[in-house]
Design a protein around this ligand. Structure first.
Ligand code: FMN
Length: 393
C-alpha cells in the first residue's frame, strides 16, 4: 500500500526507540522509501547504523552538517517526505514542537514541514499526564497534527498506565489515510464479509470455507480513502482498520438485520459475505446425542436473500454490488443473477478464490463484462473499488 511513498521517521530519545526499528522495517516491507532523522538523545539508545542498515538510506542527525546544508538539508528532507512519523515523540519533542523551538535538525524540519505529521508519543505516565504535556498535545492537535497512542500498559520504568508507544500496526494503519487521496470522503459504504454460521445444536454448525479476507480488505481500502465504512463480519473474518465501524454477527438472519440497518440510504453496498443459503428448521439447545439411530433426517429452510433484499428495500443504497462465487459457467450465472437480484453490478469469481490469498474474476454490469486479471486480493479489491467509483448510476 505504500508503494512509491516517501516516509520520514523522526526518532526521539525515548526507551521505545528499539521498537521504531521494527516500524521502519514494516514500512520498507510495504514498499515505502524510508528515511530517518535521529535526535542526539535517540542516538544514545540505538546507533544510526541500525536504521541505515534497515532502510538502506543515510540517517540524518546534524543540523549544522556542511555537506547536506549546502543543499539546505532540513528543507530538502521536509519537501522530500510525503508524510512524517515522529516516534517515539518524547515529552521534550512535543514541547519544542508546540512552542516552535527549532534547536536541532528534527525540530527545525518539523517547523518547515507542511506534509501530514503523525505523532506517536511514548513516555512515563506522569510525564504524559503532566499539565505541560497535555497542554502541548492540545496545541498540536489544534494545529492539525495527527496523533496515535499512547497506549496503556506496563511501562519500561516499571509503572503501569498510559505512555506505551502505540502498537506498530496501529501506527502503520494510522499513517495510511494520511498519504492516501480522500476520494471517498463524505460517502457511506456498507460491506459484508466472511461466512455465516447456523447452529444445529449447542456445538454443531452449518457454515462455509469463506475467509472474509476480501471483504475486510475492501472495508479497509474504502476507509483509508475516506469513506465512512460499516463492515458486517461473519465469524473468523480478519481484523479491520480502526476507522472501520464493525459489527460481528453469526447467522444469516443477524447478518440481514445488521446490513439492513447500516445500508439504509448508504452510497454503496458490497455483498462479499458467503451467506448460508439454508438454516436448520429446528435447532437444538442441547448437544444432540448419537443415540441408537443409524441415520438422521435434518430439515433445512431457506435463509433470506440478503443482497436482493438490500437491492430492493426502501432507501436502497445508490450502488449495490453483489459477488457470485461459482465453480463453472461463471459469467452466465453472474449475468442471470444481475437481473434476478436487481443489483447494479456483480463480481464473478471462482469458488477457489474463497479461502485463498489469490483473486481474479470479472466485473459484470449492464454495460458489459470486464476481466479483472489480478494476482492478490489487495489488487483485486483495488480494481473493484475503481470500478465502483467509475460507475454512473
Ligand atoms: C533511560 C531513559 C529513558 C527515557 N525514556 C523517555 C521516554 O520514553 N519518553 C520521553 O519523553 N523521554 C524519555 N527520556 C528523556 C529524554 O531522553 C530526554 O527528555 C531527552 O532530552 C529527549 O530528547 P529528544 O526529544 O531531543 O529526543 C528518557 C531518558 C532516559 C535516560
Amino acid at each position: 500500500m505504500l508503494k512509491n511513498k516517501k516516509i520520514l521517521i523522526g526518532i526521539g530519545g525515548g526507551i521505545a526507540v528499539y521498537k521504531v526499528a521494527e516500524l521502519a522495517r514494516m514500512l520498507i516491507k510495504a514498499n515505502a522509501d524510508v528515511r530517518c532523522i535521529m535526535t542526539g538523545s535517540a542516538r544514545e539508545f540505538v546507533t544510526p547504523m541500525t536504521f541505515e542498515a534497515l532502510t538502506g538510506n543515510q540517517v540524518h542527525s546534524e543540523l549544522f552538517d556542511l555537506t547536506s546544508e549546502r543543499q539546505m538539508g532540513h528543507i530538502a528532507l521536509a519537501r522530500w517526505a510525503d508524510a512524517v512519523i515522529i516516534a517515539p515523540a518524547t515529552a521534550s519533542l512535543l514541547a519544542r514542537l508546540a512552542h516552535g523551538i527549532a534547536d536541532d535538525l528534527l525540530t527545525t524540519l518539523m517547523q518547515v514541514c507542511t506534509k501530514p505529521m503523525l505523532l506517536a508519543p511514548a513516555m512515563n505516565t506522569s510525564m504524559w499526564e503532566s499539565a505541560a504535556t497535555q497542554r502541548n498535545m492540545k496545541t498540536l492537535k489544534q494545529r492539525g497534527m495527527h496523533v496515535v497512542g499512547p497506549d496503556k500498559g506496563n511501562l519500561a520504568c516499571g509503572e503501569q498506565g498510559a505512555g506505551r508507544l502505540a502498537e506498530l500496526h496501529t501506527i502503520y494503519s494510522s499513517l495510511l489515510p494520511l498519504i492516501t487521496k480522500q476520494q471517498l470522503h463524505g460517502q457511506r459504504w456498507v460491506i459484508n464479509g466472511g461466512p455465516t454460521v447456523e447452529s444445529w445444536d449447542s456445538v454443531r454448525i452449518l457454515s462455509s470455507r469463506a475467509s472474509g479476507k476480501l471483504g475486510a480488505i475492501l472495508a479497509d481500502l474504502a476507509a483509508i480513502r475516506g469513506a465512512n465504512v460499516s463492515f458486517i463480519a461473519g465469524p473468523g473474518t480478519p481484523d479491520t482498520h480502526p476507522k472501520v465501524t464493525r459489527s460481528d454477527i453469526e447467522s444469516a438472519e443477524q447478518m440481514l438485520m445488521a446490513c439492513e440497518q447500516a445500508a439504509t440510504g448508504a452510497d454503496v453496498f458490497i455483498g462479499t459475505a458467503a451467506v448460508s443459503d439454508f438454516r436448520f428448521n429446528q435447532p437444538y439447545k442441547e448437544k444432540l446425542k448419537r443415540g441408537g439411530t443409524s441415520s438422521m433426517h435434518i430439515e433445512l429452510i431457506v435463509n433470506p436473500d440478503i443482497i436482493s433484499h438490500i437491492a430492493t428495500m426502501h432507501a436502497r443504497p445508490a450502488k449495490v454490488i453483489a459477488f457470485a462465487a461459482e465453480s463453472s459457467n461463471h459469467i452466465e450465472y453472474a449475468k442471470a443473477k444481475l437481473q434476478q437480484k436487481h443489483v447494479d453490478a456483480i463480481v464473478a469469481n471462482d469458488v477457489s478464490n474463497m479461502s485463498s490469498d489469490k483473486a481474479n474474476g470479472w466485473w459484470i454490469s449492464n454495460d458489459g463484462k470486464q476481466t479483472i486479471a489480478t494476482e492478490t486480493k489487495l489488487e483485486f479489491a483495488e480494481q473493484i473499488i475503481k470500478h465502483i467509483t467509475e460507475m454512473h448510476i
